[in-house]
Design a protein. Structure first.
Length: 331
């Protein structure tokens, strides 16, 4: 019986300092990647988030994808990283009326996914007021996510809800609650273990949070985080805490255990995704090896390569096949 397999991809904007499109694509091809997640990019007019790309920039990027034989695995949008309520809570998070947000941002993300021939949009679960119990806002966030999922279904794309600190869906329990309430085929969960460990979760607790999300997971973000006893959890992740990311085999997430468990679910998940026009199960590198932040991170071309090699070693060890181009052949 063949081993389960995944498709490797990554946020290539973490590689080159300039974030020039040509440099991102060169990095990916040099490392053997055929897919990347599109987030920040410079197509000749300065660095922009994918959501700010103009029609001419989209066309030029499409041409570069053909030239480099690269494909987009997901639109790395910041959708959902806005306040649920228009209240002052001491954060810099913005509030946008939801109807306006649907018209201006969600619709744009769906158009971008279709333009770049991907079925996946990465997004988030909205910010409740700082220091308030996120469980009080599950119904409100789920109602918005339901509407987003319905729009995505109309556009024949899927929305991936990433677990991340400070949002409503900041852990596996809350993510699962949102997933169940929305209950839509075009909503998936995106697991990111480092986004749990940076909140103070132990490896065992992180594994249990993964287990809570597992039935709804569509793809994984791959980065690791090393717990620092000097950094105390204060109930809210700030920029200072986002400085302890490490390759996948050197942190406290416990990826070996998670991937061994996920391995048995890969065949079923891959079949489900393919029915929706998605080529398979993506593992999406987002290493942050030289620093992270609310809307992105940086690893450098050297760090991105280190992170990819660490992931490949771990996948070999746990018995999961992956695709890399080597001299024109697929590994």
């Amino acid at each position: 019986m063949p081993q389960p397999e995944v498709i490797l991809t990554g946020f290539a904007d973490e590689g080159p300092v300039s974030k020039r499109a040509e440099e991102q694509l060169t990095l990916c091809r040099g490392l053997g990647l055929a897919y990347y997640s599109l987030r920040f990019v410079d197509v000749g007019n300065g660095v922009k988030n994918v959501m700010q790309l103009t029609r001419s920039e989209i066309k030029r990027l499409q041409e570069l994808h053909d030239e480099f034989e690269m494909r987009v695995s997901s639109i790395g949008s910041p959708l959902g990283k806005i306040k649920l309520r228009n209240v002052e809570d001491g954060t810099a998070n913005i509030y946008v009326p939801f109807k306006q947000y649907l018209k201006e941002e969600v619709t744009k993300a769906i158009e971008l996914a279709r333009a770049f021939d991907t079925k996946l949009i990465r997004g988030f679960s909205f910010y409740p007021p700082k220091n308030e119990d996120p469980w009080l806002y599950v119904d409100e966030a789920a109602e918005r996510l339901q509407t987003i999922a319905e729009l995505c279904a109309e556009g024949e794309v899927c929305f991936g809800l990433e677990v991340e600190a400070n949002l409503v869906g900041r852990n596996g329990d809350l993510q699962w609650a949102l997933y169940q309430k929305v209950n839509h085929d075009h909503l998936y969960l995106v697991f990111d273990g480092a986004n749990l460990v940076c909140q103070g979760y132990t490896p065992e607790e992180t594994f249990q949070q993964y287990r809570r999300m597992r039935r709804g997971i569509g793809w994984l973000h791959i980065k690791d985080y090393r717990l620092d006893p000097k950094v105390k959890w204060r109930g809210y992740v700030d920029e200072e805490m986002l400085r302890h990311f490490v390759p996948v085999d050197r942190g406290d997430v416990g990826h070996e255990r998670i991937l061994r468990d996920f391995r048995s679910h890969l065949p079923r998940l891959a079949r489900k995704l393919r029915k929706q026009g998605i080529p398979g199960v993506f593992l999406d590198l987002e290493p942050h090896l030289k620093g992270g932040g609310q809307f992105g991170g940086f690893s450098g071309p050297d760090g991105f390569g280190v992170a990819l090699r660490a992931l490949c070693r771990l996948l070999d060890y746990v018995g999961i096949n992956y695709h890399l181009t080597e001299h024109g052949e697929w590994r």
